[in-house]
Design a protein around this ligand. Structure first.
Ligand code: GLA
Length: 382
């Protein structure tokens, strides 16, 4: 089964965009392996838009740009596979891609075959320049069928930015993950707006098909296409932590968008945090529930509890305000009234520190502005 849990990997777009080439991609493959990402669970190396020539060849096939990819795509795929990783590529349901390269509309079966011949394991499928007369759902279904007929098992990653409410039908046309929003940028407002817009749709994520709120910006610090390329200065480490934790909590695919060859130690450690990845990869893939705010909680901020397998839980606090503060989770609001004697034994997921058994009717967390705290918990008695 593909995408049994949210897919994890690296994608070229957020940092490199049009400048993607073989050297960058092979460098990312090496970094994924040598810097510990592969061991942490990251698996797919994905080349986004701008990899092909501007026109198809005489047989109507897509051609890799020989200047950017001098050894062709099969060579890249073989290199990726030789490291025990999987290879992803990009095309578009429209006539041209977003960056104006040939799209797959009307060429779905030819292109799926080409990708299969090259050894592709993952296809991101965009939506730019989609003909007005055509049917969106049918276009994704057609490529889904073409991939299944290609003779190779290929994970289908749809990207139509939420058009026609993809959370309602992408699973039914065989897609494994689907972008539900417009593009992310390297900025706090961008990722919080994205996650808030999908709050109620993440419940549709389940093994086999996940809502994809876009690739990670962790560790970009404003460098690259979705940073300075669009006039954004990037985020602080505290904000990157809040971003990554949100993606883990909502069972989002974890596709790294930063330059993993030169990642900051803080962000490298964050994206390889075992406890966070275990929350993201939990086999039940349940959405977290938002705890009802209590009047005694001065912040009345965002507090979530996520049920996980084996009677374990994740508890997350997000501080969206412009100052540091205390946030209070009243256990009754998490379904655990004080008089029952039942309570939680908690561990800080970010630091690994065992906090212990909660002996009162609430749990208090100090949360930095734009930051978060996240804990794992098990039920116990006082
Ligand atoms: C769209 C997608 C992005 C990226 C670019 C490539 O904007 O949403 O993720 O693939 O196209 O041009």
């Amino acid at each position: 089964m593909l995408a049994k849990t949210p897919p994890m990997g690296w994608n070229s777009w957020n940092t490199f965009a049009r400048d993607v080439n073989e050297e960058i991609v092979l460098g990312a493959v090496d970094a994924l392996v040598e810097k510990g990402y592969k061991d942490a669970g990251y698996e797919y190396i994905v080349i986004d838009d701008c990899w092909s020539l501007k026109e198809r060849d005489n047989e109507g096939k897509l051609v890799a740009d020989p200047e950017k990819f001098p050894h062709g795509m099969k060579y890249v795929a073989d290199y990726v596979h030789s490291k025990g990783l999987k290879f992803g590529m990009y095309s578009c349901a429209g006539i041209r891609t977003c960056a104006d390269y040939p799209g797959s509309f009307g060429h779905e079966y030819t292109d799926a075959k080409t990708f299969a011949e090259w050894g592709v394991d993952f296809l991101k499928y965009d939506y730019c320049n989609f003909p007005e007369f055509a049917d969106t759902k049918n276009a994704y279904l057609t490529m889904s069928m073409a991939l299944k007929a290609s003779g190779r098992e290929i994970l289908f990653s749809a990207c139509n930015w939420g058009v026609e409410e993809p959370w309602k039908w992408m699973r039914s046309v065989g897609v494994h993950m689907y972008r539900s929003t417009g593009d992310i940028f390297d900025n706090y407002k961008s990722f919080t707006d994205i996650i808030h817009s999908q709050d109620e749709n993440f419940c549709m994520s389940a093994p086999g098909c996940f809502n994809d709120p876009d690739m990670l910006i962790v560790g970009m610090y404003g460098k690259g296409h979705v940073g300075e390329g669009h006039g954004y200065e990037g985020c602080t480490d505290t904000e990157y932590e809040s971003h990554f934790v949100r993606w883990c909590l909502f069972s989002a695919p974890l596709m790294i968008g930063g330059d993993i060859r030169n990642m900051s130690p803080f962000c490298e450690k964050l994206m390889q945090n075992k406890a966070l990845i275990a929350i993201n990869q939990d086999e039940e893939a349940r959405p977290p529930f938002k705890v009802k705010a209590n009047n005694l909680d001065p912040m009345r901020g965002e507090i979530y509890v996520k049920h996980m397998s084996n009677n374990r839980f994740a508890i997350a606090f997000f501080n969206d305000y412009d100052k540091d503060g205390q946030m209070l989770l009243f256990l009754e609001a998490a379904g655990i009234p004080y008089h029952t004697g039942v309570t939680l034994d908690i561990t800080d997921a970010l630091t690994g520190e065992h906090i212990g058994v909660i002996n009162q009717d609430f749990f208090k967390a100090e949360v930095k502005t734009h930051g978060c705290r996240i804990f794992t918990a098990e039920l116990t008695t006082r």
